[in-house]
Design a binder for this molecule. Structure first.
Ligand code: ATP
Length: 672
């Protein structure tokens, strides 16, 4: 395309291309067509072997190229072979919600059934399944973990497929440890661990350690407890990889110019760009749109769409809609489109080589989202978003040498770089008391573990013996939120303000209730001021919610007030779910009236634990108010450590709420 780019050493492969390079490009029109497509996928040749291995082995590890058909086909093979007979369910987990929804709809389409009937999905706060009817269920690994609280042996499932296991999310790791335990109690349960980029050997070793029961010589009943490994050879279509000749100084700019260059020089086909987060994605959308217009072509046919988890569902769905004739879609995404997703029109992938990753420091108790280099496994997954329905090209914004010599093979498992509070409470609720002795696929650090135990103790979730308290600990574990927020909900029941607290908890569960991208920052700030409460962001959320209800849940009202309508609809939905959970666990639903207090301060704050210097985020309604004592929901790190979603408090509330944790004298000595 230009001298800037160098083709990778990997030779382009011959494409098994009977229909002119576009095997399944246009949408399939009928069932017969879909059947033909299914049979062309590499995994189809392995159908019998897969079914045989699953029949005979407790655990089967399946490694196959991206796009070879693992996610969409294997659950269907299992169903066809009878694994969903007699009311049993085949589960397939994904690390991300978007992937769950999109593969579930694809499989429902392939099977010619309505989504939510034979094929369904469950993600947090959304259950699209029909008990007794659903045979194949896609779900996030986090949701499957939560299901274990009510059904510890996951008895309704005959086969559980842990897909994209290379991602090693916290929930995947906990699940792997727990499923290994369950297998000893339920030898009839079958596990499939699948990915395009997993180290099959270490996974197989994990399932083969002495703790699994080996089948004694001569035993005929039951599966072989040693795991089987199957490698699915072959892939969809060829993807030519290109690297930059020299390292790029600014991946955002490089991504923008690569998109424009592709648009100028390459044949039609959509482009998928991987950047890191909402900020750089919004910036890229703007730059590409502006530069495209500056080139003087009024309608060059580019449709630029962002994709990240905080985006409302309707906007996320736009990326899946067919690209109109004569147009070229450019989807600029975080790594939520990195695994499992098929975007039909995508021919070109542009990989920045970076993603936002969570890094937790247990000493300071600060969890940062940091832009960091991706692993080879991620790079391969990104490349694999092309070549699924026709040949493609992948432009890597790093050199081939960097890829070969410096990129790590796999990322660090999330459990080794995260705050462990939610993980510890879940394990405790499942009766795993010796958490350090748990059979982890990768052990978490003991500092993070101690810190999590300390937080849970401070919340009154754990007692002096580190056991879940009754009823508080068990109640908090039942609420599908961060334990700090769950504690807030629980306490609000006693304080007579649970209706308000549930609204706040629902609002904190979504990324933002404000729109971004319309008008100027000044206009947005002014709109926020209409709702600002002196106590801070949390109480301001209540004002927005109240206004929304008073408007009759109107989208025009949202538009006028810079409030995101889709986000508010989500708040209503989550709120309903939380109310039901609250009722189930005995929280009294009650509303309250409120008072206001606020005082001034110089803008710099210190955390009580760790004395870290932190500041109020400019998006907060308290940004210029600076009350003396504040409580924050989360910290983000850019040029400074910023507190997001902040509320003004009286320090005596801390000693009142957690006298076992906060000492009055210590707090007094911190006032400066
Ligand atoms: N929504 C879709 N539209 C068109 N084709 C699709 C769609 N989803 C899947 N396919 C086709 O099915 C193939 C297999 O997809 P599947 O997700 O099962 O592969 P996979 O092996 O699980 O890939 P990955 O490892 O990337 O998740 C794709 O390569 C594509 O040809």
């Amino acid at each position: 395309m230009s001298q800037f780019w160098k083709p990778g050493a990997e030779k382009p492969r011959l494409v098994d291309d009977e229909e002119g390079g576009v095997l399944f490009f246009s949408s399939p029109s009928g069932y017969a067509n879909i059947e033909r497509q299914r049979q062309r996928l590499p995994v189809y040749k392995y159908r019998t072997s897969i079914l045989y291995l699953v029949e005979t082995h407790a655990t089967t590890i399946i490694v196959g190229e991206t796009g070879s058909g693992k996610t969409t086909q294997i659950p269907q093979y299992l169903k066809e072979a009878g694994w969903a007979d007699g009311g049993r369910v085949i589960a397939c987990t994904q690390p991300r919600r978007l992937a769950v929804q999109s593969v579930a709809s694809r499989v429902a389409e392939e099977m010619g059934v309505k989504l939510g009937e034979e094929v369904g999905y469950t993600i947090r706060f959304e259950d699209v399944t029909n008990t007794g009817v659903t045979m194949i269920k896609f779900l996030t690994d986090g949701v499957l973990l939560r299901e274990m609280m009510n059904d510890p042996l996951l008895t309704k499932y005959s086969v559980i497929m842990i897909d994209e296991a290379h991602e090693r999310s916290i929930s995947t790791d906990i699940l792997l440890g727990l499923l290994k335990k369950i297998q000893r109690r339920r030898p009839e349960l079958r596990l499939i661990i699948s990915s395009a980029t997993i180290q099959a050997k270490s996974m197989s070793d994990f399932f083969q350690t002495s703790k699994t029961r080996r089948r004694p010589e001569g035993e005929e009943l039951g599966p072989n407890m040693e795991s089987a490994v199957l490698s699915v050879e072959g892939r969809g279509f060829n993807v030519q990889i290109h690297y930059v000749e020299e390292p790029v100084p600014d991946y955002l700019r490089a991504a923008v110019s690569t998109v424009l260059l592709i648009h100028e020089k390459e044949p039609m086909g959509d482009i998928l760009v991987f950047l890191t987060g909402q900020d750089d994605i919004d910036a890229a959308v703007q730059l590409i749109t502006e530069e495209d217009q500056n080139r003087g072509r009024k309608s060059s046919g580019l449709m630029v769409l962002p994709l990240y988890s905080g985006l409302p569902r309707s906007e996320q769905e736009l990326v899946f809609t067919p690209t109109p004739r004569g147009k070229r879609k450019v989807v600029i995404s975080t790594n939520i489109a990195e695994t499992s997703i098929t975007l039909e029109g995508v021919v070109y992938v542009v990989d920045s080589g970076f993603s936002k990753q969570r890094f937790y420091n247990p000493i300071t108790d600060i969890e940062n989202l940091v832009v960091a280099p991706i692993s080879k496994a991620s790079a391969r997954q990104r490349t694999g978003r092309a070549g699924r329905v026709r040949p493609g090209k992948c432009y890597r914004l790093y050199t081939e040498e960097y890829f070969a010599k410096e990129m790590s093979a796999e990322g660090i498992p999330e459990i080794q770089r995260s705050n462990l509070v939610p993980c510890v409470i879940q394990l405790k609720a499942l009766g795993i008391d010796n958490i350090l002795g748990f059979d982890w696929p990768a052990s978490p650090s003991s500092e993070a573990m101690v810190r999590a135990l300390e937080v849970l103790y401070s919340l009154g979730v754990l007692d002096d013996d580190a056991k879940l308290t009754s009823p508080t600990g068990f109640q908090i574990a039942e609420i599908p939120l961060d334990p700090m927020i769950s504690k807030m909900m629980l306490a609000s029941g006693q304080l007579g303000c649970s209706e308000e607290m549930i609204t706040i908890a629902a609002t904190l569960s979504i990324q933002s209730i404000w729109v971004s991208g319309w008008g100027s920052q000044k206009e947005l700030d002014e709109a926020k001021l209409n709702f600002a409460a002196a106590e801070g962001d949390h109480v301001s959320f209540l004002n927005v919610y109240k206004g929304f209800l008073q408007s009759g849940k109107s989208s025009q009202w949202c538009h006028k007030n810079f409030v995101n309508y889709q986000a508010m609809k989500k708040v209503l939905e989550i709120r309903e779910q939380l109310r039901r959970t609250a009722q189930r666990i005995g929280i009294v639903l009650k509303s309250c009236e409120r008072d206001t207090v606020a005082s001034s301060h110089d803008g710099k704050y210190k955390t009580i634990r760790g004395s870290q210097e932190v500041y109020i985020h400019p998006s907060s309604v308290l940004f210029r108010v600076n009350p003396k004592w504040v409580l924050y929901h989360s910290l983000v790190s850019t040029d400074k450590q910023y507190m997001r979603n902040v509320i003004s408090i009286d320090p005596s509330w801390l000693t009142e709420a957690a006298p076992h944790f906060y000492q009055h004298q210590r707090l007094k000595s911190m006032v400066h």
